[in-house]
Design a protein around this ligand. Structure first.
Ligand code: IMP
Ligand code: MG
Length: 181
């Protein structure tokens, strides 16, 4: 059913599996002697976070935060509003933020600042499944990237259109007729 709305597959189930294994191995090596807390950005992170953490062979803790980014206006947390905060204390911990995609970079940039300045994490790095380099407006690159994608609207594996398609097992481009409906 959902497949019928997809114009083309950008990242297949098999590719996603390989990406998670590769990133998980790298993170396992990089954080060997660190105190790692992996923090997922809800809701888009969920499928990726779930697969990624199972490829990390370390004693890690996991937690989640829900933020929404906005342009203009500032608060103590910068250009993000914290919709739902962490449960864990990450002071002096090494935090790895996990999200589905980096596009303009605003969400990740402001969330990194929040973890450094407000949460007082020892270090903050970022991991995304997808990178849309052409969409970038902020000066930030993710530290761990699954794969780069072209500058088009993608759905699946956590990424939504109007709240739907997060449960699609792969990443694809929506047919024009679907979002023009
Ligand atoms: P940024 O702050 O512009 O980097 O945006 C990151 C957020 O925008 C992601 O966490 C997604 O929720 C959303 N986003 C960006 N590009 C897409 C897309 O192609 N499909 C679905 N959501 C997207
Ligand atoms: Mg998101």
């Amino acid at each position: 059913m959902l497949d019928n709305d997809i114009l083309k597959t950008l990242v297949s189930k098999e590719e996603i599996k390989e990406i998670c294994k590769k990133l998980g191995d790298k993170i396992t090596k990089d954080y060997k002697d660190k105190d790692l807390v992996v923090v997922g950005l809800l809701s888009g992170c969920l499928p990726f976070m779930s697969d990624l953490v199972r490829e990390i062979d370390l004693y890690i803790k996991t937690d989640y935060i829900k933020v929404s980014s906005y342009n203009g206006g500032t608060s103590s947390s910068g250009h993000i509003e914290i919709k739902s905060d962490l449960n864990l204390c990450v002071e002096n911990k090494d935090v790895l933020l996990v999200d589905d995609i980096i596009d303009t970079g605003l969400t990740l940039k402001e969330t990194v600042n929040y973890f450094l300045n407000v949460k007082k994490a020892a270090s903050v790095k970022t991991c995304v499944l997808l990178d849309k380099p052409e969409g970038r407006k902020e000066k930030i690159e993710a530290d761990y990237v699954g794969t780069k994608v072209e500058n088009c609207f993608v759905v699946g594996y956590g990424l939504d259109f109007d709240g739907f398609y997060r449960n699609l097992g792969y990443v694809g481009v929506l047919k024009e007729e679907v979002y023009k409906k």
